[in-house]
Design a binder for this molecule. Structure first.
Ligand SMILES: [Zn+2]
Length: 284
C-alpha cells in the first residue's frame, strides 16, 4: 500500500498513522521493531539536522533495507524542510515523502515555495504547513502564550491546499514543539473546522504530539487528525536509557552494541505505546 492509501484508510477508520523522528541507526532499528511487533504502518522522519547527521542517501537506503528485510510498511519523510532547495534535495535522494515547512513566511511566499516543491515532486508525497508553531524538539523551560490568531484559519487552510496542491496539511491547533511546562491544550473545535474546510483526500497532520495528554490525542483523532508526529519523547527516552545503561554496565563496558541494547528496547516500547494510543496497532 502507498502512503496516500494508508492515510486515506486511517482517516476513514478514525485512527492516526504515527510519524516518529530518528537521528541514528539505533533509533530507526527500534522503530522498525515497534512497527513489526505492533503490526502498524509507520512514517519515520528526519529533520534537516537529523538527515544531515545521518546522510540523506544513507537514510533512504537504511529504510529501504529494513522494509525489504522485515516486510514493514515504513515510509521515510523529510520533516520540516525549511526551503524548497532542501525539500528538492530530499526528493532527489529518494525520500518517500517531504514536509515543506515555510510556515514562518508570509502566506504568499509560503504558497509559492510549497507549490514549487509540489511541481517538482514526481511520486513523492508532499506536506505543507500553515500557522505558527512555537518551540523546538526538546524539553522547554518556558511557557508559551498562544493567541487565537496563531491558530490556523480554516478558510486560509482551504485556500493554501487548493493553491499549492499538497497531499497533507499541517496546521497550528495549540500544539507546541517539544514538551513544555504547561501541557498543551489542543483546540479541538479548530481541528474540526479545518478538517471540514479541506477536501477528503487531504490528510490532516498534527505536529508536536509529544507531551500532549492521551485524552486530547484521542479527541484530535476523532476530530479528523490522521497523522501524528512524535519526536521529543523519543529523544528523551534515548537519553534517559543511555544514561541508565552506561551507569548499569559500568566503566568496564566498551562494546557499543551492548551499551545501546537497552536504548533500542526503551525506544521500541515508547513507540509501541504511541502506536496503541493512535489506534494504528494490528493494521498490517
Ligand atoms: Zn514538527
Amino acid at each position: 500500500m502507498t502512503l496516500k492509501s494508508w492515510l486515506a484508510k486511517a482517516q476513514k477508520e478514525s485512527w492516526a498513522l504515527p510519524h516518529f523522528n530518528f537521528s541514528n541507526l539505533e533509533m530507526l532499528k527500534a522503530l522498525v521493531q515497534a512497527a513489526q511487533e505492533a503490526r502498524s504502518p509507520v512514517m519515520v522522519g528526519t529533520s534537516e539536522g537529523e538527515r544531515n547527521f545521518i546522510g540523506l542517501r544513507e537514510a533512504v537506503f537504511m529504510v529501504e533495507s529494513f522494509r525489504e528485510e522485515f516486510g514493514v510498511e515504513i515510509f521515510l519523510n523529510a520533516d520540516h524542510s525549511k526551503s524548497a532547495e532542501s525539500a528538492k534535495k530530499a526528493i532527489d535522494s529518494g525520500y518517500d515523502s517531504v514536509h515543506i515547512d515555510l510556515s514562518n513566511l508570509s502566506f504568499g511566499e509560503n504558497v509559492k515555495g510549497t507549490k514549487e516543491v509540489v511541481n517538482y515532486r514526481g511520486p513523492t508525497s508532499i506536506e505543507g504547513e500553515l500557522g505558527y508553531l512555537p518551540g523546538e524538539s526538546k524539553i522547554q523551560n518556558k511557557k508559551f502564550e498562544l493567541k487565537p490568531e496563531d491558530l490556523t484559519d480554516p478558510d486560509e487552510a482551504a485556500r493554501f491546499v487548493r493553491e499549492t496542491g499538497v497531499d497533507r496539511f499541517a496546521g497550528a491547533f495549540g500544539n507546541i514543539h517539544g514538551i513544555s511546562l504547561d501541557e498543551p491544550a489542543l483546540y479541538i473545535e479548530r481541528i474540526k473546522a479545518v478538517r471540514k474546510a479541506l477536501s477528503e483526500d487531504i490528510a490532516l497532520v498534527l505536529h508536536a504530539g509529544s507531551g500532549i495528554p492521551d485524552e486530547e490525542i484521542k479527541a484530535a483523532i476523532a476530530a479528523g487528525i490522521s497523522n501524528i508526529h512524535i519526536s521529543t519523547e523519543l529523544r528523551s527516552e534515548f537519553r534517559e536509557e543511555l544514561e541508565k545503561s552506561l551507569h548499569k554496565k559500568g566503566e568496564t563496558e566498551y562494546a557499543p552494541y551492548k551499551i545501546m541494547g537497552p536504548v533500542v528496547e526503551g525506544i521500541k516500547e515508547k513507540a509501541i505505546e504511541k502506536i496503541k494510543l493512535f489506534g494504528s496497532v494490528n493494521r498490517v
